[in-house]
Each structure stands twice: as structure tokens, then as C-alpha cells.
Write a protein that binds this ligand. Structure first.
Ligand SMILES: Nc1ncnc2c1ncn2[C@@H]1O[C@H](COP(=O)(O)OP(=O)(O)OP(=O)(O)O)[C@@H](O)[C@H]1O
Ligand SMILES: [Mg+2]
Length: 291
């Protein structure tokens, strides 16, 4: 059974991509899972963290990114589709030697333009596919090959993010424990619930909230955490994961595509890797309980 999950937050820069890549590498490299990362963000951060800029540029020049999939849907005049799943799927990504079964569907900067045009596509039978179904339909054949599919979303709930949610059983909200980063979480829950209800029989479970860039003994962080816990109780915020990701240079440094032999080398010796691994184990337990 595959568990498909979207990483979302309306706020930018809170660690969606970092959490996605860390979880993916640890699940694949340490917990023996088969993992696919789908990068839906035009900023292409997850793509460059896992594939490196050089390989991405080559793939992008050939049109082997998800932008091609979405662009196909904007040509309703019977042109043959250009998206090729096999060429777009990069197998065995990550600069960490210990990570074997981690694959990637890369993003492209061209997605910015596509996002705007897709939003303007009229509903109706002229277009055979609904714009929110595109990713789901295109990846249906390969999803069962994985234990986990992690979808890194842009900081909005636009049509591209909805494509990710459409095929997800659950979602995770990474956030910084401060007022502005957590402000929109209840709204995300309401919006996703409404979206799932529109899909008829499908539920999209709020699997959890990940606290990232946590600093101990910081008044703002501790106050926000207390507020979050109370909002979890009243069902306005998805349950917090017990493992928090500490703020640290090692975690920021992992954004660089640099060869590493071990996960600890990539994610930090100062306890950062251990926290991330604890988070991955917790995530795995919660997800398995849903299957
Ligand atoms: N725990 C951490 N400690 C230090 N730096 C971090 C940590 N987590 C993330 N960062 C850094 O903070 C920045 C934002 O993180 P990231 O790109 O993961 O956020 P995001 O939510 O995906 O952003 P966006 O909304 O732009 O996609 C990056 O430079 C990243 O390397
Ligand atoms: Mg990101």
C-alpha cells in the first residue's frame, strides 16, 4: 500500500521543502522504504536538493519536468501530448550514497506561467481532463511502486497544489513556531476539508504539524507552541509531531547538492539528524496507522 502525502503551508520559508527532502532521504536511506518525491513548486528547491542544478538544467531543456505535463493540458486542439513519464522520472536521486530507492519527478520554473494559465481554463467537456486531476492521472501507473509519495507544494493553495492534494491521502503542515507562520493553519484545514468533500468519497487526513527551526528557551516559540497545543485540542490545527526540527546551520547546509556518504553527514552531527530521524519514524507510524 502506498501513502501519498502533500506538504503544505500558505506561509513561505517555513521548511516545507527541507522537511520533504529530509523525510524522503531518511525513509529511503535508513528505513528501507521506496520513496517518490514530486516537486510541485516552480522554485524547484526540492529538485535541486535531490538532483543538483546541472542535471535539472539538462532535464528542463529537454522538457522532462512536470511543467510539460501541465502545459499539455493547455493545448486542447488535438496536439499529441509531450509529457513522457518515463523520461521525467529520475531514479536513484540524492547526493547521499546511503540513499538508494529515492526517485523524483522534477519541477520547472515554467510552472509559474502554467499555474496562471491553468487557473483560467474553463470547465466543460472541451477539455477532457479537469485541471485538478492532471497529476493524479499522469502518475497513477507508478504510484503503487512506492511505499511513500511525498509532494512538495508551493506556498499557496492554487491549482498546482490542489493537483497534489487531489492524489493525497493526507497532508503535513511544516511551520515555524511563530505567530505569522502559524496564523493560516486553521484556514488550511478548513480549505482542504472543503476540497476533499468536493471529491466525493475521498478524505484527506491532517496527519500532523511539524515544528521546524525550533529554538529552546525562546519566549515567542514557547508561547506559540502553547497556543498551537490548545488549537490542536479544539481541532483547528493538525496534531503536532513530538519531534521538532531544531534551527541549525547543518539543516540549512543540506540545501546544497553536495556528495555525502551518510545521512548524518548531510543532516548534521549535532543532534539534527537524530531529531529528523525521530520525526521520520513518527511520520511512518502515523502514516501506517492510516493505511
Ligand atoms: N531547521 C532549520 N534550521 C536552519 N535553517 C533551515 C531549517 N529549515 C529550513 N532552513 C532554511 O530555511 C530556508 C527555508 O526553508 P525551506 O526552503 O525548506 O522552506 P519552504 O517552506 O519550502 O519555503 P518556500 O515556501 O519558499 O517553498 C532555506 O534556506 C532552508 O535551508
Ligand atoms: Mg519550498
Amino acid at each position: 500500500m502506498t501513502y501519498v502525502i502533500s506538504m503544505i503551508n500558505l506561509k513561505g520559508g517555513v521548511g516545507k521543502t527541507t522537511t520533504t527532502v529530509a523525510l524522503a532521504e531518511i525513509l529511503a536511506g535508513d528505513l528501507g522504504k521506496r520513496v517518490l518525491v514530486i516537486d510541485l513548486d516552480p522554485q524547484t528547491n526540492a529538485t535541486t536538493m535531490l538532483l543538483g542544478e546541472k542535471a535539472w538544467a539538462t532535464a528542463n531543456a529537454q522538457g522532462f519536468t512536470l511543467a510539460t505535463l501541465f502545459k499539455d493540458s493547455l493545448r486542447p486542439d488535438g496536439d499529441p501530448p509531450k509529457f513522457n513519464l518515463k523520461s521525467t522520472l529520475h531514479q536513484g536521486v540524492s547526493p547521499v550514497k546511503a540513499v538508494k530507492k529515492l526517485d523524483l519527478l522534477p519541477s520547472s520554473l515554467d510552472l509559474i506561467d502554467v499555474q496562471d494559465r491553468l487557473a483560467a481554463v474553463p470547465a466543460g467537456n472541451y477539455y477532457t481532463d479537469r485541471p485538478v486531476d492532471l497529476l493524479h492521472k499522469a502518475t497513477r501507473k507508478i504510484v503503487p511502486d512506492y511505499d511513500y509519495v511525498l509532494i512538495d507544494c508551493p506556498p499557496n493553495l492554487g491549482i498546482i497544489t490542489l493537483n497534489g492534494l487531489r492524489m493525497s491521502q493526507g497532508y503535513v503542515i511544516p511551520t515555524k513556531p511563530d505567530v505569522l507562520s502559524t496564523y493560516g493553519i486553521p484556514q488550511i484545514m478548513t480549505r482542504v476539508k472543503g476540497f476533499a468533500e468536493g471529491l466525493a468519497d475521498e478524505e484527506i487526513v491532517p496527519l500532523g504539524t511539524v515544528i521546524n527551526m525550533y529554538r529552546t528557551n525562546t519566549t515567542v516559540h514557547d508561547t506559540t507552541l502553547r497556543a498551537l497545543r490548545s488549537d490542536v485540542k479544539s481541532g483547528k490545527v493538525p496534531p503536532l509531531f513530538a519531534s521538532k526540527i531544531p534551527q541549525g546551520d547543518a539543516v540549512a547546509g543540506a540545501a546544497e547538492f553536495a556528495a555525502a556518504s551518510t545521512l548524518r553527514q548531510r543532516w548534521g552531527y549535532q543532534g539534527h539528524f537524530d531529531q529528523l530521524k525521530a520525526l521520520a519514524i513518527e511520520f511512518d507510524e502515523r502514516a501506517q496507522a492510516q493505511l
